[in-house]
Design a protein around this ligand. Structure first.
Ligand code: TXA
Ligand code: MG
Length: 347
C-alpha cells in the first residue's frame, strides 16, 4: 500500500488536508494522527472491516480492545448504555484530555472494538488536529497507539513512519506529542472507580474529584492479573534488553557504573538511561538523558523516543535509572517496568 505522509502545523492547520484524512476514514481506511498523549492509528469505530485492518496493521492480538475517540459530548450518548454521575464530573474536569473512561457499552458498538467485553473505552483528545479529524469524519474514531504491537508508542511523526509505512493509507505528521505517555484508563462501569492503566491524568489528580478511586492491583503487584486486557502484554519494548534500577539515587549511580563496566568488559554495547541531574556521574557507555528528576513530565515526554534511540545506537543492553512513583512517576515507572520485562533491581 502507498502511505501518504502529510505534515500539518497544529497552530496553522490546513483544513483541506484534514478533509482528505477524514474522507479516508469515512471510506474505511486508516489514518495515523497526533494526540496530546501519543500518535493514534485511526479508523471508523463503527465499521467492523476498517477496525479489523487496525489490528492487522499493528499485529495486535484480537483480545485487546480499542479506545473510541470523540470530539463532543453529544457523540458519547449513542455509544454507551449509562453515564454515571461520576463520569459527568470527570468529563467536566478532565475532557478534553488524557483520560479514557470505561462505560457500559451500547448496542451499536461492534464486538471487535471491545474484544467481546460489555464495556467500551472512550476518550476525548485535547489536540486540535485530532479534534478536527474526528469532527470532520463525523464518526467515533477507534485508535490504538500507532506503533507495531509491543514497540514503544510513537511520540513523533517519524516513529509512526518507522512502524506503519506501507501498511496504512495516511500518516498525519503534526510534530511531537505533549504528554508523551498514553491516557489514564479509568473504569467507571463497576462499583469502585478503578484506574486500569496509569497515564497522563494522575492518581493524585483523580483523588481530588473521586475520593474512593483505587488502582487495579496489577499496577503495583506483578503477580495480579490485570483487569485491562492490554496490560498483560509485554509492551513499550526496545529491541535491546533493559534493566531498571530503583531506589536511592546515589546507590543507583554506583551500581549502574559498576554493571556497565562489567558488561563492557564482556564485549557488550551498553546504553545508560540517565537524568539531567545524574548524567555527569557516568563515565562509560552510550548515555542518553530521559529528562529531569525535578520535572518528571519531561521524562514522560521523552521516554518512548529515548527507547527508540537506544535501538538506533544498536546497544545490546540498556541500564535505566528509575524515578519515584508519585504523580506522573507512576505512569513512567509502569512503562519502564514493562520495557524491562520486569527486570528491576531495587537498591
Ligand atoms: O493515549 C491513549 O490512550 C492513546 C491515544 C492514541 O489515544 N491510545 C492508546 O490505545 O493508548 P491503546 O489501544 O494502545 O491502549 C488502550 C488500552 C489497552 O490497554 C486496552 O486493553 C484498554 O485500553 N481498554 C480498551 N477498552 C477497554 C475496556 N473495555 N475495558 C478495559 N480496558 C480496555
Ligand atoms: Mg498501545
Amino acid at each position: 500500500m502507498n502511505t501518504k505522509i502529510i505534515k500539518i502545523d497544529e497552530n496553522n492547520i490546513d483544513t483541506s488536508l484534514i478533509d482528505e484524512g477524514a474522507n479516508i476514514i469515512k471510506s474505511g481506511g486508516i489514518v495515523a494522527f497526533p494526540t496530546e498523549t501519543v500518535y493514534g492509528l485511526g479508523a471508523n469505530g463503527l465499521d467492523e472491516e476498517a477496525v479489523k485492518n487496525i489490528y492487522k496493521a499493528k499485529g495486535r492480538p484480537s483480545d485487546n480492545p480499542l479506545i473510541l475517540h470523540i470530539s463532543t459530548i453529544e457523540q458519547l450518548y449513542p455509544l454507551v448504555d449509562e453515564i454515571p454521575d461520576l463520569a459527568y464530573t470527570c468529563m467536566e474536569k478532565f475532557w478534553p484530555g488524557p483520560l479514557t473512561i470505561i462505560f457500559k457499552k451500547s448496542e451499536i458498538i461492534p464486538n471487535i472494538i471491545t474484544a467481546g467485553l460489555d464495556t467500551v473505552a472512550i476518550r476525548m483528545p485535547d489536540h486540535p488536529i485530532a479534534s478536527m479529524l474526528i469532527s470532520k469524519a463525523k464518526v467515533p474514531i477507534a485508535a490504538p497507539s500507532a506503533n507495531l504491537s509491543g514497540k514503544p508508542s510513537p511520540t513523533k511523526g517519524s516513529h509512526v513512519v518507522e512502524d506503519m509505512m506501507g501498511k496504512i493509507e495516511m500518516i498525519i505528521d503534526g510534530g511531537g506529542t505533549g504528554v508523551g505517555l498514553e491516557s489514564t484508563v479509568l473504569d467507571l462501569s463497576t462499583e469502585t472507580p478503578t484506574i486500569l492503566r496509569p497515564g497522563g491524568i494522575t492518581l493524585e489528580d483523580l483523588r481530588k474529584v473521586i475520593h474512593n478511586v483505587v488502582q487495579d492491583r496489577s499496577i503495583t503487584n506483578k503477580e495480579e492479573v490485570p483487569k485491562s486486557p492490554g496490560q498483560k502484554y509485554r509492551h513499550y519494548a526496545p529491541n535491546a534488553e533493559m534493566i531498571l534500577y530503583t531506589g536511592d539515587v546515589e546507590k543507583i549511580i554506583k551500581k549502574i557504573n559498576s554493571d556497565a563496566k562489567y558488561l563492557m568488559d564482556e564485549g557488550k554495547n551498553v546504553g545508560i538511561m540517565a537524568t539531567e541531574e545524574t548524567k555527569d556521574s557516568y563515565t562509560v557507555g552510550k548515555i542518553l538523558v530521559s529528562g529531569s528528576r525535578e520535572k518528571s513530565e519531561t521524562i514522560a515526554h521523552n521516554l518512548f523516543d529515548i527507547l527508540r534511540k537506544f535501538d538506533e545506537y544498536n546497544v545490546d543492553i540498556i541500564l535505566a535509572e528509575g524515578i519515584g512513583f508519585d504523580n506522573i512517576g507512576m505512569a513512567i515507572m509502569n512503562r519502564m517496568v514493562k520495557a524491562a520485562s520486569g527486570k528491576v533491581i531495587k537498591l
